[in-house]
Design a protein around this ligand. Structure first.
Ligand SMILES: [Zn+2]
Length: 111
């Protein structure tokens, strides 16, 4: 958990989201709305909670993992894009793909 919090702080700073109070927690798969990582935010109070499933609790632990750092950056980018809405499922998928592309580029850039 110490590792995850350090990553969160590091990426909050890089992404200029230090003004946000962001927490991190691990949940069990059945406690998630969907997927293996999610973020909830309260824009008025500038607070957010990133929830993730532990790698060993993921449905396909044999599949390649992008790791928790990828998930943390992904969810932080959702904060930046919180007012960019999408009208349908295609729009949602395009937005998710764009975020994942940015995460990969950022991780490569800071490698
Ligand atoms: Zn997403």
């Amino acid at each position: 958990m110490k590792k995850e919090l350090a990553m969160l702080k590091k990426w909050q700073k890089r992404l200029r989201l230090q003004d946000w109070d962001v927490e991190f927690e691990y949940l069990k798969p059945h406690e998630m709305v969907s997927g293996i990582c999610q973020i909830r935010w309260d824009a008025e109070h500038m607070s957010a909670v990133i929830s993730a499933v532990r790698y060993e609790d993921t449905p396909n632990p044999d599949s390649p993992s992008n790791g928790i750092e990828h998930s943390i950056i992904h969810e932080l980018l959702h904060l930046h894009l919180r007012t960019v809405s999408h009208s349908d499922e295609t729009g949602r998928r395009v937005k998710e793909a764009a975020i994942n592309t940015l995460v990969s580029a950022l991780m490569d850039a800071y490698e």
